[in-house]
Design a protein around this ligand. Structure first.
Ligand SMILES: [Zn+2]
Length: 373
């Protein structure tokens, strides 16, 4: 076969191949066009073109009408009903997709929940459920002006959620009172307490929660190298602290404050027994009207008479006020030896202010200390 023959033969072949190719290309283009149309279901909006059209329903309608006339299909063909559906209702279908798409809907919902919980849970792992309800409870309590007490809605279990200022009552980890388990007490050199108590005019107030004796300046203790001024003493019945899970009939609290605002409170357990001159003096003048301090003319009181004879045997731990706002600023000193109160005095006290002891609180990481010499 010569080069020319081969060339002629090749030309004829090429012509038929070109025709075939042109037909094939036309068919392929037609197939691709139809396929593209049939693929334009709502799900196809993931493609860039679909996403672009989805932003405006008006832009979609005209091209669909054009394609319908350019690519006729037998009546009842599935592609036609799809196209008709898209044309008939483009507005509600297409714009809804970006907004109603599950990932978009789901995303904003967990975000505020996580944000709400985040600041609370890491700081107060022990009380997460209470913390979650705190904001609503605060609003409710503040609106209704609920007062704290020892039972019902104002009881100790609700103190922490009554007001923002009382949050430590529910969330604190150094709360008082506690049970002092003498097996867990650590003996160490805490140091003796130096007492410098002076007689003071007897001023008694019934504040509705307890009977309190206020002190004029001049009485103080020295504890841990710091001076704490005696402000007042008051009573609880039954006792607030427990010693080896045992309550006493009453407990006296002698409240002292340092110049920098720290408190030192001495707890003295009172057991039912003989009469005590200082208790008699106070009990003889308990005011029945609340929050009206009563000064007993000519009477002097020395807080020393409330202490047991042995003042160097005590338990010490860091804790809080046992009433709202439960501030964790108290150096607690609980005397190991008790003094006494009469049966009649306990009855009078409970009849006047009711039982007023907060339940014992979790120790968390604390240990009570006891002094060694
Ligand atoms: Zn108290």
């Amino acid at each position: 076969m010569s080069d020319t023959d081969q060339h002629n033969g090749n030309n004829a072949k090429q012509e038929s191949l070109q025709l075939l190719g042109l037909w094939a290309v036309t068919m392929v283009v037609a197939i691709i066009f139809i396929t593209t149309l049939s693929a334009r279901t709502p799900e196809s909006t993931k493609e860039p073109a679909g996403v672009k059209h989805a932003q405006s329903a008006q832009k979609i309608a005209p091209p669909l009408n054009e394609t319908q006339t350019m690519a006729p299909l037998p009546p009842g063909h599935p592609q036609i009903s799809q196209l008709q559906a898209e044309v008939a209702a483009p507005a509600p279908t297409m714009p809804e997709l970006p907004a109603g798409h599950p990932p978009l809907d789901a995303a904003p919902a967990p975000a505020p929940v996580a944000a709400m919980h985040a600041p609370v849970e890491p700081t107060t792992p022990m009380h997460a459920p209470a913390a979650m309800h705190a904001p609503a409870e605060h609003a409710k309590a503040d609106n209704h002006g609920q007062h704290w007490g020892y039972e019902g809605e104002g009881g100790p279990e609700h103190w922490g959620t009554m007001k923002k200022e009382y949050l430590a009552c529910g969330e604190g980890t150094q709360q008082s009172p506690i049970n002092i388990d003498t097996k867990d007490v650590i003996a160490t050199k805490v140091g003796d307490i130096t007492f410098n108590y002076q007689p003071s005019a007897l001023e008694i107030v019934n504040n509705g929660h307890t009977i309190q004796v206020n002190f004029a300046p001049g009485s103080s203790i020295k504890f841990g190298g710091k001076i704490f001024e005696l402000l007042q003493f008051h009573f609880h019945s039954p006792s607030e602290h427990q010693i080896d899970y045992r309550y006493f009939d009453m407990e006296a609290h002698l409240v002292h404050k340092s110049a920098d605002g720290e408190l030192a409170v001495i707890g003295v357990m009172l057991g039912k027994g003989a009469s005590n001159p200082i208790m008699d003096a106070v009990w003889d003048h308990i005011p029945h009207e609340t929050n009206k301090p009563k000064t007993v003319v000519g009477a002097l009181v020395n807080a020393e008479n409330l202490l047991p004879a042995n003042r160097s045997a005590y338990y010490h731990y860091m804790g809080s006020l046992t009433t709202p706002p439960c501030s964790e600023i108290v150096n607690w000193i609980v005397m190991q030896n008790s003094t006494s109160v009469t049966d009649a005095q306990i009855t009078t006290f409970v009849n006047t202010v009711g039982e007023n002891n907060r339940p014992v609180q979790p120790m968390h990481r604390r240990h009570a200390l006891t002094n060694t010499h």
